[in-house]
Design a protein around this ligand. Structure first.
Ligand code: TTP
Length: 314
């Protein structure tokens, strides 16, 4: 089995951050979101990974390299423009070479990983497996309608004005080679994209076996700023305390706090959950809960909480 990670796209909803850099590389608890996806795939026993890239490909290639850091082999699949999730699948046909695969949206986080889900897909012999989650605002997502008697998916709609259920499509999918028949048959939607919901609907309408699984652990599509901060809060909450940097006698550290090597905390208060990367200076400052401060940052004479602080890119 192979994997396809989608890291192209425009990221319009995360502007201004994404004017200059890839949204998949924004750090959550000081680790790029994309790395969580690669780790989840590796932990499911899949090591042959294709990453779909667009305008920000130089950055993504620099960050992930050839995959050696994870014991994986990464192949980059340039997409000429963000023409839709199903278009990203379309350009991966040669790379997949007939093998089934997991498709993972590079800006999604799934708390419990995907190993169990991949096993379920392999054992079930399905043509496709989709993950669903109950969400408060289904309008923002692809939404699934299930048959009341059998529980099978009967209809999928992309961002419907009047959602029939609150079951959103999570950004992790499993497909066999038949998905290529679907992505080659469908036409672009009103917004001009080849929609993955239309491709899966094609499979359903042509009697392929599409299995759905409602997940109960948390999952986040970090496409919007507030979702990114919420993902950061949830991941930070699971941190263990570890202080590698120096903390002077005038400072105090409370709760789950990680401070990286070479960092200095001077006359400051840090209240966890919080993470501070390597080589930072926190001076005459208050760093409150749910804050991630990336590497090489200086926070001086300031109060900050519920935030992600990025390093300055020169
Ligand atoms: P989306 O969040 O659906 O799209 P986007 O990245 O263009 O963002 P926005 O809506 O803010 O403009 O994309 C989900 C993931 O898939 C994300 O990691 C980007 C990636 N993607 C591609 O690789 N190719 C594509 O054609 C599209 C649409 C998205």
């Amino acid at each position: 089995m192979k994997a396809l990670v989608l890291s192209g796209g425009r990221g319009t909803r995360l502007r201004p951050i994404t004017h200059t850099s890839a949204k998949q590389l924004v750090p959550v608890a000081n680790k790029p979101i994309l790395f969580y996806a690669i780790e989840a795939i590796r932990d499911a026993g899949i090591t042959d990974i294709g990453i779909v890239v667009g305008d920000t490909q130089a950055e993504i290639r620099r960050a992930c390299g050839n995959g050696d850091d994870w014991g994986c082999k990464i192949t980059y699949l340039p997409q000429e423009a963000p023409l839709g999730l199903a278009h990203a699948v379309k350009i991966s046909e040669e790379f997949m070479a007939g093998e089934p695969f997991v498709m993972y949206l590079g800006d999604n986080l799934v708390k419990d990983g995907i190993a169990g889900l991949v096993d379920e897909y392999r054992a079930g012999g399905y043509n496709a497996q989709i993950l669903l989650a109950h969400v408060p605002r289904p309008k923002d997502f692809g939404v699934a309608e299930l048959d009341a008697a059998t529980g099978r998916v009967i209809r999928l709609e992309e961002k419907p004005a009047e959602p029939k259920t609150d079951l959103a499509l999570v950004g992790v999918y499993m497909f066999d080679r038949n998905i290529f028949e679907a992505v080659n048959a469908i036409k672009p939607s009103a917004r001009g994209e080849l929609e993955i919901t239309d491709a899966i609907q094609y499979l359903i309408d042509h009697d392929y076996n599409v299995h759905s699984h409602v997940i109960d652990g948390w999952w986040k599509d970090t496409g919007r700023l507030e979702d990114m901060l919420e993902a950061n809060r949830i991941v930070l909450d699971g941190l263990l305390r570890k202080i590698d940097g120096e903390v002077d006698a005038a400072s105090s550290i409370h709760g789950k706090v990680r401070i990286g090597k070479g960092s200095r905390v001077v006359n400051s208060v840090i209240r966890g959950p919080a993470i501070i990367g390597d080589n930072c200076v926190i001076e005459n400052a208050y760093v409150g809960p749910f804050t991630s401060i990336y590497y090489n940052c200086v926070v001086r004479g300031s109060e900050i909480e519920h935030s992600i602080v990025l390093e300055v890119v020169r």
